[in-house]
Structure formats: C-alpha cells, structure tokens
Design a protein around this ligand. Structure first.
Ligand code: 6PG
Length: 236
C-alpha cells in the first residue's frame, strides 16, 4: 500500500488527476478502462480536471465505467453518473461511446446483470473477472467502499461482477462492483479526504480486515492512497 499525502484537498485531487493522465499518456497505443466511484469526494477532482487538465487528457483512449450507482434516474442529484456528467463529461471531448452508464432507473438485479455483461464484453479479463486499469474508490466512515457496506461481506467474494445491493443506512438500492473484480484491477486507488475520514483511514491502513474497504486494501494487488493531511492525520 503506497500512501500519497498532500497538504490540501485541491493538491490531492491534482496529484490524482496527474497520476491518471500520465498513466494513459505513458502507453499511447491502447485504451484504458477506468471505474470511478461517486459520492462527494470525486466532485472536486472532476471540477479541477474539467478546468485545468481537460486539454492534456487523451479522452479518446479512456473508457469510463462506474464502481457503483444509486438506483435513481440520471437526472437525480444523488446519481453518481449525473454528477460526473455535469462536472466533467459534458465539458470534455470524450466520445459518447466511451461512457458506460449504470442505468439506475432499471430494475436493480436486471441492471446488475446487464452491466456485468457489458463490462465482460469490453474489459479484458483475467480468470473470471475483468481487469480494470484503475478502480477508483472512496470509503465511508463506516468502512464501506463501492456500495459494499459492513454486514454485506458476501459481496467481497461474490462470483458476479456487479450485484444489486442497498445502503443499510437509507435503504436506497444500489448497484455495486463486487470485491473480486476490484481486487483484480491493475491499480486500486483510494481517494479519501477530510478529517472526518481520519479514523476510517487509520482502520484501513492499520487494522485487519475489519471493514470492506480494509479487506480490499489488504487483498488487492497494487493499492495506492491519495489522501490529504486531514484524512491521514491518524496514521502512525
Ligand atoms: C457512493 C460511493 C461510495 C463513496 C463513499 C465515500 O456511491 O457513495 O461510491 O462508495 O465512495 O461513500 O463517499 P464520500 O466521498 O461522499 O465521502
């Protein structure tokens, strides 16, 4: 686990954007499959990316996937797709064919199966699971990641690529990338910011498999953390 810690949220976001852009630029002959999480943390990154780095990004070689989605229509304020579309995808020159939305408005189980098949069709596999180039994760204060919440640990070993699940705090239906395809990724990146995440960052980095995010961090191959000082403040 490589921890990259920055003085501010904007510098953390900037470093992450540059990491992703350089990864794509360094291999100019291929497509990159990147799965993005939602929630509030990525919003700052999407906004900065659109304002300062859109011209240097080879959008034609990036396929955008989602780690998870809330089962709501895309125009709803808590749609992960809707947020990324508004802040980034609508203002950069990415081909529409490179954007693979989880259709939150569909029946959850059917959409999980549809999206799993879509990923299987487009993303190279190793064994039974796709190999995303990057799976970009956040972490909730309760230690959830993707939409795999404490108590839903069966999703960490599911044979399915995506499953229908729910947020136990709100009852909201979700579609989630499960544990094994996350672990299978070439790079798993945790992008976590803010002092209210200091405890969960400490748990992920300094405890056992005590929560879904920690399990992923301990079992994935290449795991990178992009943290601001506030989120990293309880690391030894
Ligand atoms: C989601 C995310 C989820 C998120 C964490 C952290 O759909 O909510 O994919 O896993 O990464 O909940 O969310 P914040 O960035 O809002 O703290």
């Amino acid at each position: 686990m490589k921890k990259n810690i920055y003085s501010s949220s904007i510098e953390t976001a900037r470093a992450l954007i540059l990491h992703i852009v350089n990864l794509v630029l360094n291999e100019p002959d291929r497509m990159f499959d990147i799965a993005f999480s939602g929630g509030s943390t990525p919003a700052l990154m999407f906004d900065l990316w659109a304002n300062e780095y859109k011209a240097v990004t080879p959008w034609d070689r990036i396929r955008v996937w989602w780690v998870d989605e809330r089962c709501v229509r895309p125009e709803k304020p808590d749609s992960n797709y809707g947020m990324m579309r508004m802040l980034l995808l609508d203002v950069v020159s990415i081909p529409e064919a490179n954007i693979f939305r989880i259709m939150g408005e569909n029946k959850p189980k059917e959409e999980a199966a549809r999206y799993s098949a879509l990923v299987k069709e487009h993303v190279q596999s190793q064994g039974n699971f796709p190999v995303f180039d990057i799976v970009l994760l956040g972490a909730g204060n309760d230690g959830h990641t993707s939409s795999i919440f404490p108590g839903q640990e069966q999703l960490l070993i599911s044979p399915e690529i995506y499953e229908a699940t729910y947020n136990p705090n709100t009852g909201q239906n979700r579609i989630a990338l499960t544990g094994q395809p996350i672990i299978n990724a070439a790079q798993v990146i945790f992008f976590i910011m803010g002092k209210d995440k200091a405890d969960v960052v400490s748990e992920i980095c300094q405890s056992g498999d005590t929560c879904p995010a920690a399990y992923i961090a301990h079992h994935a191959g290449e795991v990178l953390f992009f943290l601001d000082q506030a989120a990293a403040s309880k690391l030894q």
